[in-house]
Ligand binder design. Structure first.
Ligand code: NAG
Ligand code: NAG
Ligand code: NAG
Ligand code: NAG
Ligand code: NAG
Ligand code: NAG
Ligand code: NAG
Length: 464
């Protein structure tokens, strides 16, 4: 067989693929089955083609950032190498964009844009670090560091780390020091305008602001991802989901200085299963409705979670003056460990330097179920349903809830909230059913979420 494949891509010069010693890893079977080609040492190869049989045989084409000049010493600027490697990987069918293990790659804010050829794998085994100085940050990329967009059918995986080097950003936040101007900082990892995306096993840490944002996506599976940032780092949400549908987060461990998971406007069919959260502000729907905006969130399920030492547990937060709705939410099988506000709906959310006034409009909250929630609370108000006076919360259902405070009693706070509890509910949720008991049986075919008679034991069935 010919030892070199020399044809050009789109007539352009390309760098050598995956050179390691005198071997070229031009393709790999299923990532671990490496096949290699000998390359004659005295040959300078600038142009390297992928033989067509590789894709016919289902082989993967390895595009190693090291082959494009990445140094991986944590000091050299590897931005250009990543960009070049991306351009090749994206334009090659069945390619693997590889960030190899054992090294640290310093990379500036970069847009990794699709659409790409089919079956792209982004294999991150090494560490990618961001430059740590906010003053040197290119303002063109003010809100995103590693920004992947317009991808379809890609897999992100590996044992590697994405490290936003956020400490100087946190120190310059107005949340840390009121003399600092309030400005946004970049998100470490963004996946935007994409579909059929899988993310498996990555570690994301020290985001400049949010750690991982999923925006304008459909069909995303996130598995065994770990997110970490210090408990006092400002606004470092773990995983933030916005304007996206059909997202599943599973087996994720998240500890940050803000929400472990935040789910905001334009989301539907979001499922979180086996989540560990802490430290942080808990699992949040919201905030929603800021600056009189409209928000719609439907069909959200949290199933099996542990929240440890978090400021909130399961929270829905909306600003006064918003509109739209949150409808069809199920929280179940959740264990709270020393959580300040284990169950909370807060329609008076106000995260601005000046106080917020009460307005007549609000994001409506309807059909929220809490099932099998137990553990310990730090505050006496273990359950708080603080709903808008003009737009009450409705159909809040609780069953098998048991929250206790180590030393002292617990209580439920209700303002303008309607619903009921059955089975064990501690503290009692009596304040929910002060009126309108006729509303206990409701079917909403539009959202495929049913609230059935409690005796039928199939409360809030959300199809996911
Ligand atoms: C990366 O950012 C630094 C400033 O922090 C800049 O000097 C350098 O040119 C950038 N690298 C690339 C490849 O744009
Ligand atoms: C806040 O920032 C100002 C100006 O940079 C500085 O003088 C002050 O020491 C900072 N305060 C704290 C608590 O860090
Ligand atoms: C809310 O989400 C919808 C759907 O994604 C979008 O059209 C709308 O612009 C969003 N509203 C705001 C205030 O972001
Ligand atoms: C929101 O609406 C209220 C009442 O109409 C108005 O007073 C306020 O200025 C509006 N706020 C914003 C940010 O538009
Ligand atoms: C209730 O939730 C806990 C986790 O918090 C779980 O271990 C247990 O199996 C659940 N019980 C039922 C009946 O599902
Ligand atoms: C709960 O947190 C408080 C401090 O916030 C701490 O003193 C206490 O030991 C914690 N309790 C448990 C059971 O961990
Ligand atoms: C807004 O309304 C709530 C509920 O009635 C009340 O507790 C709160 O004090 C009000 N806030 C302001 C700023 O008026």
């Amino acid at each position: 067989m010919d030892k070199l494949f020399m044809v050009s891509f789109l007539g352009m010069l390309m760098a050598v693929y995956g050179v390691s010693g005198n071997m070229v890893y031009a393709n790999i079977g299923v990532l671990n089955e490496l096949e290699s080609f000998d390359i004659e040492e005295d040959n300078e190869v600038n142009v390297f083609d992928i033989p067509s049989w590789t894709s016919e045989r289902g082989c993967k084409v390895l595009v190693n950032v090291d082959s494009f000049g990445a140094v991986g010493d944590g000091i050299s600027d590897d931005t250009q190498a990543f960009q070049k490697a991306w351009d090749i990987a994206c334009s090659t069918t069945q390619s693997v964009f590889l960030v190899p293990q054992g090294r640290q790659y310093l990379v500036n804010a970069t847009k990794f844009q699709g659409p790409c050829k089919d079956n792209l794998v982004i294999q991150i085994d090494g560490t990618i670090v961001a430059p740590d100085e906010p003053n040197d940050w290119d303002p063109k990329f003010s809100r995103a560091w590693l920004d992947f967009s317009k991808l379809n059918g890609v897999l992100f995986q590996g044992h590697g780390v994405i490290d936003g080097s956020g400490s100087k950003w946190w120190a310059s936040s107005c949340k840390k020091n009121k003399t600092n101007p309030c400005r946004g900082a970049p998100t470490a990892l963004t996946i935007d305008k994409s579909s059929a995306v899988k993310v498996k096993g990555l570690k994301i840490r020290n985001g400049q602001q949010m750690n991982f944002v999923i925006s304008q996506c459909d069909s995303v599976r996130v598995n065994a991802v770990q997110v970490s940032a210090p408990g006092d780092s400002p606004n470092t949400d773990g995983i933030h989901i916005t304007s996206s549908t059909n997202v599943v987060l599973q087996d994720c461990k998240i500890g940050t200085g803000d929400d472990c998971i935040s789910i905001v406007n334009g989301t539907s069919n979001i499922k979180m299963k086996r989540i560990f959260c802490g430290p942080g502000h808990g699992i949040s729907i919201g905030s929603l409705g800021k600056d009189n905006s409209t928000a719609i969130v439907t069909k959200v399920v949290v199933d099996t979670a542990i929240l440890r030492e978090t400021a909130n547990g399961l929270r829905i937060k909306t600003w006064q003056g918003g509109s739209g709705y949150v409808r069809g939410v199920r929280f179940q099988n959740v264990r709270m460990e020393n959580v300040s506000n284990p169950i909370i709906i807060d329609q008076f959310y106000c995260d601005s330097p000046k106080s917020c006034q009460n307005l007549t409009s609000a994001v409506e909250i309807n059909q929220v179920m809490y099932r099998n929630i137990s553990g310990t609370t730090k505050s006496a108000k273990a359950m708080k349903f603080a709903c808008s006076d003009t737009v009450p919360c409705s159909n809040i259902v609780l069953t098998n809830v048991n929250l206790e405070k180590k030393d002292g009693t617990v209580e439920t706070y209700c303002n303008s909230a309607q619903g009921f509890g059955y089975g064990i509910v501690h503290p009692s949720a009596e304040c929910l059913n002060s009126h309108d008991k006729d509303c206990m049986v409701i079917t909403d075919p539009a959202s495929k979420v049913e609230l059935a008679d409690p005796s039928r034991e199939e409360i809030v069935h959300t199809e996911l």
